[in-house]
Structure formats: C-alpha cells, structure tokens
Write a protein that binds this ligand. Sequence first.
Ligand code: FAD
Length: 356
Amino acid sequence: MPADIAATTPATLAPKGDTDTDVVIIGAGPVGLYGVFQCGMLGMRVTVIDALSEIGGQCTALYPEKPIYDVAGFPDIAAASLIERLEKQAEPFNATYHLSQQVTGLEQLGDTDNTQWRITTSKGLSLTCRAIIIAAGAGAFGPNRPPMAGIENYEGTSVFYAVRRRDDFAGRRVVIAGGGDSAVDWALSLHEVAARITVVHRRDKFRAIPDSVNKMRRLAEDDSLDLVTPYQLHAVDGDGQHLNAVIVKDMEDNERSIPADVLLPFYGLSTDLGPLKAWEMDFERSQIKIDPTTCETTRPSLFAIGDVAHYPGKLKLIVNGFGEAATAAHQAYRYVFPGKTLHFEHSTTKGVPGAA
Ligand code: FAD
C-alpha cells in the first residue's frame, strides 16, 4: 500500500454525517465547476480544491479569449465567459474553494458501508468527506519546456507558454514554435496585432485543423507572416531576460537567427497526475479508468470525470465532461445519504434550491 494511503482503524472514523463536507471535487476546470452545480442540485455540500490560483482549468490558463464552438446552446463562447457562467450557475450552492494548492494525500476512513475519506493538500489543509469527484484534467499541468539553455530566465518576460491577453503582444515580434492547434491558432490570431509573426516547426506538415493551416499558409504567401520549416528551436539570444532573437537550426545544423521580442513555445502540456497515481485506482496511461455508467473508479466512492476519466470511446470534450459530472453526482448521492432513495427530478420541476 503506498505511503500516502493508510486504511485507519474505526476509532478515527467520524460519526455518520459528521464529515467536513459531503463531496470534494479535485479540479476547478469547467467540468469540476459543473460538478459543483450537479452536486448542489442534489443537496450535497461541496468543497473544491485546485492547484491553480484561479478557477477554470485549461479554459482560464490556456485559452481564455478563444471562442469555443461546440458547447451545446452556445454557437460560440469565449472560454473565459464559459467559466464565468459556470461559476454563476454554481453560485447558489455556496461551495468552498481552496485554490493554489495541490491535493496530495488520500486516507480511507471507512468501509464500503460507511465510506469516508480524508484528503490533504500541499498547503496542509485536511478535510473529511464521503465522496470524491476527481476532475483533474491532465493533472496539475505544466508546459513542455523546449531544451534551450537558460530559457527559464526569460520566462514571464519574453517567453510565454500560454496567451492570456493577445493585446500583450501588440506591436511585438513574436516567434511561435510548434505544429499543433495552439501554434497555428495563435499565429492566425496574433498576426492581427503583432509587429511580425514567425512560426517555427520541425516539419513542413502541421497537425492543426487543415482549414487553419491553409489560412496560415495563405498569410505566409502574402508575406503577412513567416513560416520557418523544417527548423527547431536551438537557443535564446538576449540580455538574460529580454530576447533579441531566437536561434533555430535545421536537420543539417544550419543556423538562423530570427529577430524576436517574444517566444511562444507550444509543445503541449506535461500530463503528470502526480500524487493521484498512488491512489490505487486503475489507469489507462495518464487517465483514470471509470465505469462510464457510473463514473466510479475502481475504488468505491472515488469518481473521475472530464479529461482525466477514461473509458472506451472517451472524447475529451467539455460537453462530455458535463454529462459525466451529472452522472457522478447522482451516483455519489448514495454515499453521502446512505439508504436514502434518490428520486430523479428535472431542474424544471424542482428549480434551483437556494437561488433567488
Ligand atoms: P481541466 O480544464 O484540465 O481542469 C483540471 C483542473 O484540475 C486544473 O485546474 C488543475 O490545476 C486541477 N488539478 C489537477 N490535479 C490536481 C491536484 N492534484 N490538486 C489540485 N488541483 C488539481 N474542448 C472542447 O470541448 N471544445 C473546444 O473547442 C476546446 N478547445 C480547446 C482549445 C485548447 C487550446 C485547449 C488546450 C483545450 C481545448 N479543449 C476544448 C479541451 C478542454 O479545455 C478540456 O476538455 C477541458 O478543459 C477539460 O476540463 P476538465 O475540467 O476535465 O479539466
């Protein structure tokens, strides 16, 4: 048994109904936030914990200004606006949010007839609950840093792994590295405000949506941006904090220096689930295996939803995560209110408890 999972004696078991909260949701991304609403509608008290300093998960951290086109009912909605609406929808239930701390420890306090958990965080918070909904996305995520000596000294001044406000890059010479959707989408968006955009990719073929790639190639043909392929990032050239240029190399080691104020490496995110990996659930690579009919993991009363959850045919889409949040909340109910029958009701019938 891993060190941070300790089955304790019944003596440490809190009396029934005496936990700090009913459900802990790990992750305040879009799916975790919708989980707050779903649990709240069923009368469960919720506490949310997130490693980031703001709610919203990937939507807030990676693409707040980008429009999302496939959320049901919204022909298009900026990622940040979606998060605002999810927060508002969850508001009537007064969930407690503990941000800027990673969930690290899990301790089982009960058996399957009276399951209780103690969860601990990197800031020393300790909470007991009856069910846990893991909405941890790709884990406490971080960007993949390109192997360039000294790049960390430029991070936050000249090197950024995400675009929070595109106007921050107005009038600047921006080098974007990568061949996926983020690289191509931001090249298309930032070329409208930046002094110059250069896209560096190690192959001439891009993995992004073909329509976007075609748009980018047309801009390059019109000399509105530069495509530098097949080249890879090699070195940063600057005063130790502010860039003057980015040095790139091709496969034959030919070097080019690209004048630049800003470097945006879009090499994806590292997907380390960290401590959650030690929680004795079954995994499929970096996703937690769940039963899609209940969203329960292989450990009773531990649920997983959203990007972190895996089952055959799983789609990592926000809308799928929303459905999983509803399922997990309805299934968690039996652990929170053991022996109480849950009578399914539409929201149109019961309204939103607590809302004005
Ligand atoms: P996340 O948004 O990843 O949130 C997980 C949260 O859990 C994070 O805030 C993290 O800090 C926290 N966390 C993880 N581990 C811990 C821990 N141990 N302790 C505390 N906190 C922890 N999807 C669509 O449906 N449509 C789109 O058009 C679309 N476009 C996208 C564009 C881009 C550029 C990107 C990057 C993604 C896009 N997605 C899109 C995917 C979408 O953002 C994800 O599917 C969605 O964010 C998943 O939500 P989530 O709540 O499951 O996880």
